[in-house]
Design a protein around this ligand. Structure first.
Ligand SMILES: NC(=O)c1ccc[n+]([C@@H]2O[C@H](COP(=O)([O-])OP(=O)(O)OC[C@H]3O[C@@H](n4cnc5c(N)ncnc54)[C@H](O)[C@@H]3O)[C@@H](O)[C@H]2O)c1
Length: 311
């Protein structure tokens, strides 16, 4: 199996490390010549500054697209048309319509297409997903998810909802096993061209609720969530991977095992390419997240709730 990667920036350097460690990295493409050369040298692979040149010169089975969001749709379409399996970083595309068209193309061509909703591979989220599915604390009714950090200055094409809140939107959909019926959001802009703080409320069938709060203002890196079950409240930290259950008999904490979510995510994608299982993030689920992000932006702009079940 031979994999290539497009985009070797702040996040993409991590995929290169993991893919090289797994012995499948064939080539890298980055439009920035110095980055391209740096990673080509570091991993002893060919580097290209143009996707066309790479596609004309390299034989490969799958590709990782780790470029800015605004470029995802065109690059991914090109790769799928050429018969390659594709892992696209989040969010899948800027518009849900573009994402849906990529999902149809992948299905038609029998290719694996997925999106980097990495928190599904976070051991803390896996623990809470098991609790939800086995019902040991009763029904999951509410989720509160918080993600805060200083603004990443290099992100120019999207605001915090598309960049950051999408992780929590995906986690909420995954834990509830559903799409919300209604989206209400308020967002604002303090230090960035796009919105840099947002609160999003998602209403799921059966009166289940997720409240997502994100900001690029807080200096400290915060990534936490609380899950309110009928018989316990479970608090988790995406960073430490610790999970604390607050029940009638007090609180108990389970430490994370420190497994690297990115490695687990990439291994799962490679396994899906080999046909050994289905990757955890289906293309239509990634399109669903973009649909919700679009609705959140619209809700915030217009000051009204957006219904998804009637749109
Ligand atoms: N899953 C996560 O936790 C996570 C974290 C950070 C970023 N991301 C996602 O990863 C993607 C990249 O983010 P980043 O922070 O690495 O951005 P970045 O700006 O640091 O890196 C992007 C790289 O892509 C290159 N590039 C841009 N257009 C290109 C093109 N057409 N062809 C080839 N190379 C091109 C740039 O030169 C740059 O090196 C985004 O989709 C972002 O949302 C995901």
């Amino acid at each position: 199996m031979r994999i290539v990667q497009i985009g070797a920036g702040g996040w993409g350097k991590n995929h290169l490390r993991v893919l090289s460690g797994l012995g499948v990295l064939g080539a890298v493409c980055d439009s920035d010549p110095s980055r391209c050369a740096e990673y080509g040298r570091r991993y002893g692979i060919k580097c290209y500054t143009s996707l066309d040149d790479m596609m004309n010169s390299e034989e490969f089975d799958g590709a990782f697209v780790v470029t800015p969001t605004s470029t995802h749709a065109a690059i991914t379409e090109r790769l799928l048309e050429a018969g390659k399996h594709v892992f696209v970083e989040k969010p899948l595309t800027y518009s849900a319509q573009e994402g849906a068209s990529l999902a149809r193309l992948a299905l038609k061509k029998g290719l694996v297409l997925t999106c980097g909703y990495i928190e599904r591979f976070n051991p803390a989220v896996e623990t809470v997903k098991k609790m939800t599915d086995d019902g040991r604390y009763g029904k999951l009714m509410m989720l509160e998810l918080r993600r805060e950090n200083r603004m990443p200055l290099h992100i120019k094409d999207v605001g915090i909802i598309y960049d950051t809140s999408v992780h929590d939107i995906d986690t909420a959909n995954w834990l509830f096993g559903d799409m919300p019926q209604i989206v209400f959001a308020r967002a604002g802009r303090m230090k960035h061209d796009h919105e840099d703080y947002a609160s999003i409320m998602l209403g799921y069938p059966g009166d289940r609720i997720a409240v997502i709060t994100s900001n690029w203002i807080t200096p400290e890196r915060v990534r936490r969530f609380d899950a309110v079950f009928a018989d316990a409240v479970v608090s988790s930290d995406f960073i430490t991977q610790e999970v604390t259950v607050h029940g009638a008999d007090g609180a108990s904490t389970e430490s994370g095992d420190g497994r690297e979510p990115l490695l687990l995510e990439i291994q799962s994608f490679l396994g899906a390419m080999r046909g050994s299982h289905r990757h955890r993030v289906a293309p239509d689920e990634a399109v669903g997240v973009t649909t919700i992000a679009e609705a959140a932006l619209r809700s915030s702009r217009e000051g009204v709730p957006v219904r998804l079940d009637t749109d």
